[in-house]
Design a protein around this ligand. Structure first.
Ligand code: ATP
Length: 238
């Protein structure tokens, strides 16, 4: 199995306070790896550091064999990493179609871009129906679909999703997660999924890590973690 992302002993600080204390994890080609953990565990910090939005204090981040730790964000994007941030961060004053076009700003081949846009509209018909709608007026779930669509438009094969279920109606959450599995299969994507909803994350992923106060506490297959008494009581509500 080819390792796509490999992180070793990563430490990240906000000023003098260390938020990640020596995190090591890896994501292999084609996997969906979930990172679960409570509020403030450091999940967002980890994704932001991979994306180059926060500096690493120490440790290494390798992506497809290249060292990307402490590269600026625009250079990390060039390696083929797409980050769908918490809160989605779509361009609220632009239309759905314009938002998708913004996702593809680095790409030169307009044919591939057109076919990706067609693909996104097939996967998310709601976006197709709303192509000309101002993105800020979409529902939370539709905005999440748009954020995922925009990431696909970047042409990246590695997607990092930060809390895609947050603030979204349960029925749409289900749809979005089903679509993620479909997209992974059809597009050959590799996904690092940060999710507070551990049930949902474990139902979706191939492997998961539990992050607790800036440290990896556990790693395992979804079934193993679901049966783990600690995970059950702390994250699965029973
Ligand atoms: P959530 O699910 O609530 O987003 P999280 O697991 O993503 O939580 P982070 O947002 O990564 O957690 O936060 C990890 C720790 O770093 C927390 O203790 C948080 O207070 C702290 N932290 C996050 N951002 C900053 C910042 N800009 N300045 C100082 N401390 C921060």
């Amino acid at each position: 199995m080819t390792t796509v992302l490999n992180i070793e002993k990563l430490c990240v600080c906000y000023g003098t306070i260390e938020a990640l204390h020596g995190v090591s994890l890896h994501v292999d080609e084609g996997e969906i790896v979930a990172l679960i953990g409570a509020n403030g565990a450091g999940k967002t910090t980890l994704l932001k550091t991979i994306s180059g939005l926060l500096p690493a204090a120490s440790g290494t981040i390798q992506f497809r064999g290249a060292s990307i730790g402490n590269l600026p964000a625009h250079r990390v994007v060039e390696h083929g990493i797409a980050h769908v941030p918490e809160g989605r961060m779509i361009f609220t004053n632009l239309t759905v179609k314009e938002n998708l076009a913004m996702g593809a700003y680095r790409r030169k081949k307009s044919d591939a871009m057109r076919s990706d846009q067609e693909y996104i509209f097939t996967i998310f018909p709601r976006l197709a129906e709303r192509q000309q709608q101002i993105a800020g007026t979409l529902s939370g779930g539709e905005q999440q679909m748009l954020a995922i669509g925009r990431a696909i438009m970047s042409g990246s094969k590695f997607l990092m999703l930060d809390e895609p279920s947050l603030g979204i109606a349960p029925i749409l959450v289900q749809t979005i997660f089903e679509k993620l599995l479909e997209i992974r299969k059809e597009r050959g994507l590799t996904i690092l999924l940060v999710e507070q909803n551990a049930n949902l994350a474990l139902e979706t992923c191939d492997r998961a890590y539990v992050l607790e106060t800036g440290q990896i506490l556990l790693e395992g297959l979804p079934g193993e973690l679901m049966d783990n008494p600690k995970v059950k009581s702390a994250y699965l509500g029973g």
